[in-house]
Each structure stands twice: as structure tokens, then as C-alpha cells.
Design a binder for this molecule. Structure first.
Ligand code: 5GP
Ligand code: ZN
Length: 303
């Protein structure tokens, strides 16, 4: 037992499940941790794999121009991560090296690149769908998984700056999309129940920025557009959203010009699985040694 471990994060690091990098919310993961992620990933596929989703794996960086158009900077400017690179000449380089050696600000010639970090797995998808033209009558279904970035450093191990999000995304008519979300609300609860975790569902809102953001958040709640499946990880009082079920109505369809086969604006919905959060919930509730987890939980993960 680690005597200096006061928090769950301390215990995870002491056990080597997470590896410190010196930045809050940025950790290495051990083999044992990754085997839990892999098991959960496979458990999701066992449930959703028969639906015929098209698998796409985007890199964690996305097209900046498309990101700018997505509206993310209007709603979450504080969370976005942009990638910069040195754009100067020889003299500028000499200055950079000198300032670096003195511990001074060296970023004067860093310029925005064409790449930003994806804030959610589905952001790069919508323009791709739009480019394909009108949807087939049955709409489309996608299976995504990506590292995502959100600038929100924290000592809570369930609030990471870089984490993986698996998603299924449905694009189609309002009926197709709302049916998809209801199906996953049911499936998600069954899945997390099979892992022996306590949970409850609640209406939720995204953390829209600023005063105008409060209106957007209230509207999202009032219309019940976002549900979260919450599991106590860091505290009982403030359980953590491990799965999210989002109905965007025609927001992305209108923004990107996605049309149904009937030439209506498409609706979209996504279910997001917080891979690290579920792994952390399992370590929290079943202990830090996976070999000692209940048999039915081990079977649900690893077959
Ligand atoms: P949302 O887009 O609903 O905020 O996030 C989708 C899912 O990603 C959430 O249900 C959650 O499981 C996961 N997620 C969101 N923020 C974080 C975070 O800071 N750390 C981790 N590990 N997962 C997150
Ligand atoms: Zn999404």
C-alpha cells in the first residue's frame, strides 16, 4: 500500500497504470490500462458491430479551415488546441535558440499550421459526409475512434487533456437519428451494467463559453438534446460522464449542407464512449488489479 497516496490519481501513478509526464491531464498508459481500454473497445463492437457502421479512423489532428467553419471556436474557444510551427528564417532561428537558452519566450515566429487538434472524434466527419452528396434512403452510420484534445488541465484523472473517444455517428432523417439515440441509450446502460459499475442517466449540457454560452446550455437542456451516463469516479457527489448521447438536430446538417435522399437537411446524433473514463471507473470500483476483478466483469471485457 502506498503511504504517500492521498488520491486515486496518486494510486494509479504508484501502481504504474498511469505514467506522469509533468503536465496535469497528460499521462502515459500501462499495458494493463490499455488492455482494459481494448476490452471495452471490443465490448462496444460486440454490441454495435452488427449495425453495418462504416469504420473511419481519423488522426487526432484535423483540417484547421474545417475546424474554423465547425463553430467550435464560437462555443468552446478555451478548450481548443491549435498546432503551431516555426516559420522564420535563419536569423529568427538564432533568436529562438538564444531565447530558449535564456528561458525567455521563444514563440515569436511560431505560426498557425493547417492542423488543429480534434476536440471530439466526430468533428472531422461531417464535411466528409457532406462531400459525398445526398444520403442514401437508409442514411449513414459511422464508427469512429480518435484521441481528442481539450485544454482543461486538472488533477482529476477522469479529466484528461488528451483522451480517446469512440463514437457511433448517425446521419439521416429525424426519425432515423432519434431512434439511433434511443437504441444506444438502452444499449449503453446495459453495457455499463454488465461491467458492474454503478451509474445513472441525466440530461446534460456542453460547457459553452461565456455569458452567451449559458443560453445555449439552457436551451440544450430544455430540449433534452444531450444525455450523459454518469459513474462516480473522482467523487460520489460529482459523478463523471462516461458515455454521452447527443442529438444535434439539423445543426451539422445545415452547417455542412448534408441532405437526405428526400432533399431535406439531414439530422445527426452521436454516442460517445470515454475510453479512459470507463477504464478509470473500472479500476476505481473493482480495484487496481484486473486479475482480481469479478469473473463476469472480466468476461464482459475479454470474452
Ligand atoms: P462530450 O463531447 O460529450 O463532452 O464528450 C464525449 C465523451 O468523451 C464523454 O462522455 C466522456 O466520456 C469523454 N470525455 C469528455 N471529456 C473528457 C475528459 O476530459 N477526459 C476524459 N478521459 N474523457 C472525456
Ligand atoms: Zn460526436
Amino acid at each position: 500500500m502506498c503511504t504517500a497516496c492521498n488520491t486515486f490519481l496518486d494510486r494509479l501513478i504508484d501502481r504504474g497504470l498511469l505514467i506522469e509526464t509533468g503536465v496535469d491531464g497528460l499521462y502515459g498508459r500501462s499495458g494493463a490500462f490499455e488492455s482494459v481500454i481494448d476490452g471495452f473497445d471490443a465490448a462496444i463492437s460486440r454490441i454495435g458491430g452488427g449495425d453495418g457502421a462504416e469504420v473511419i479512423r481519423f488522426p487526432p489532428g484535423m483540417n484547421r479551415a474545417l475546424f474554423e467553419k465547425s463553430g467550435y471556436l464560437k462555443s468552446f474557444p478555451n478548450l481548443a488546441g491549435t498546432i503551431h510551427a516555426f516559420g522564420g528564417d535563419d536569423a529568427a532561428h538564432a533568436g529562438l535558440v538564444e531565447r530558449l537558452a535564456k528561458g525567455e519566450d521563444w514563440t515569436q515566429h511560431q505560426a498557425l499550421t493547417d492542423v488543429v487538434l480534434a476536440p471530439a472524434a466526430c468533428y472531422p466527419l461531417y464535411p466528409v459526409v457532406a462531400k459525398r452528396g445526398p444520403l442514401p434512403p437508409q442514411g449513414r452510420l459511422f464508427d469512429l475512434n480518435s484521441y481528442c484534445f481539450r485544454h482543461e488541465p486538472s488533477k482529476d484523472p477522469a479529466r484528461l487533456q488528451m483522451f480517446r473517444m469512440r463514437e457511433y455517428v448517425r446521419v439521416g432523417t429525424p426519425e432515423q437519428v432519434t431512434e439511433f439515440r434511443q437504441t444506444w441509450l438502452d444499449r449503453g446502460q446495459a453495457l455499463v451494467g454488465s461491467l458492474g459499475l454503478p451509474f445513472h442517466l441525466d440530461v446534460a449540457n456542453d460547457p459553452f463559453f461565456g455569458r452567451a454560452g449559458r443560453l445555449l446550455a439552457n436551451n440544450q437542456r430544455d430540449q433534452r438534446l444531450k444525455f450523459e451516463l454518469l459513474v462516480p469516479i473522482d467523487s460520489e457527489e460529482k459523478p463523471t460522464a462516461c458515455l454521452s448521447f447527443n442529438y444535434h438536430q439539423d445543426h451539422f446538417g445545415a452547417l455542412w449542407g448534408i441532405r437526405t435522399s428526400g432533399e431535406e437537411t439531414a439530422h445527426t446524433a452521436c454516442v460517445g464512449f470515454g475510453m479512459e473514463r470507463v477504464a478509470l471507473a473500472l479500476f476505481k470500483h473493482h480495484g487496481l488489479e484486473t486479475a482480481r476483478w469479478p469473473d463476469d466483469v472480466r468476461r464482459a471485457l475479454w470474452g
